[in-house]
Design a protein around this ligand. Structure first.
Ligand SMILES: CC(C)(COP(=O)(O)OP(=O)(O)OC[C@H]1O[C@@H](n2cnc3c(N)ncnc32)[C@H](O)[C@@H]1OP(=O)(O)O)[C@@H](O)C(=O)NCCC(=O)NCCS
Length: 268
């Protein structure tokens, strides 16, 4: 995988419409985007939303949250248009039982998932595999040890507790948390499955960037069909985050970073 691209500081609409982004079997395309947009740029993203999404945006209490939702959803629709060939405003985005967004009735089906934190989002697309993404801001290290019991198995807790210092423990927990959440998002259950029922291999939370399996005690058969792919911690994108992509292993996968500014692939 190439080094991640620098994180964009604002999200400007595409200069030309109607491009098609080719995505091959086994590729997972990753987009790191800023959720900051003003004026005409913001109005462009808003114009792509469905009535239901606009109503949801209106329900946000804080203007900043509303604007971030609008840019994230607008960007998602724009990229879906380029992957599927269906106009952004005509796409029907539904949610499955536990809230995972999915496309309804498109001639060219595509899997996708999105995570956001503050003014950043990570969006993943795959033609053939269910995907889940999550990233946790490494600046939240002070708070994360408090939630250890609700994330870790007994073995994971013991191994993390044995790590040298507080910063190392917090970092490991954030990586572990983003790995479990990415897996739960790939499956589509979200937190309806207890994260402490999942066992993640130590290499994920000690910082390896190699793909690794996940084990779900409740359903070993299901978990064996998924893989976790941690992304390297990187200070210049997503603000320094622990990020993980989980995917259903239909075929061997390859991560490809996509560049929002030029919308050309930085092929792995
Ligand atoms: C899915 C979930 C893990 C998201 O976690 P989060 O840290 O709050 O948010 P993230 O930024 O990582 O992801 C949010 C995005 O994930 C996607 N998403 C929502 N539910 C999802 C699910 N079940 N599976 C996969 N993706 C999901 C959406 O695109 C959402 O963004 P959007 O609503 O703006 O479109 C969590 O909200 C969840 O489990 N929800 C379902 C259970 C629930 O409602 N529990 C109540 C509290 S316990």
């Amino acid at each position: 995988m190439n080094a991640p691209l620098p994180f964009p500081t604002s999200t400007t609409p595409p200069s030309s419409a109607g491009r098609r982004i080719p995505i091959r079997t086994g590729e997972i395309h990753l987009w790191a985007v800023s959720l900051t947009a003003e004026g005409d740029d913001y109005r462009f993203w808003l114009s792509l939303l469905s009535e239901g999404e606009k109503q949801r945006a209106d329900r946000y209490r804080f203007d900043q949250d509303r604007r971030r939702f609008v840019v994230a959803r607008g960007m998602l629709r724009h990229l879906l248009e380029e992957y599927t060939g269906t106009e952004a405003t005509r796409l029907v985005i539904d949610t499955d039982t536990h809230g995972k967004p999915r496309l309804v009735q498109t001639a060219r089906p595509i899997h996708f998932n999105l995570a956001h934190s503050l003014d950043r989002a990570l969006i993943a697309f795959s033609r053939d595999s269910a995907v889940g993404v999550d990233f946790e801001d490494l600046s939240h290290q002070d708070r994360v040890v408090e939630v250890m019991d609700s994330i870790c198995t007994a073995d994971e807790k013991a191994a993390i507790a044995a790590l040298g210092d507080e910063a190392a423990r917090s970092r490991a927990l954030l990586r572990l948390w983003s790995a479990k959440e990415a897996f739960l998002k790939a499956m589509g259950t979200g937190l309806h499955v207890d994260p402490t029922a999942l066992c993640v291999s130590e290499s994920v939370w000690t910082g390896s960037a190699a793909p690794s399996p996940v084990r779900w005690e409740g359903s070993p058969g299901i978990s064996s069909r998924y893989a976790l792919h941690p992304l390297p911690d990187c200070e210049d994108w997503l603000g320094g985050s622990a990020a993980v992509v989980a995917m259903k292993l239909a075929v061997p996968h390859r991560l490809v970073w996509m560049d929002l500014a030029s919308e050309v692939s930085a092929a792995a």
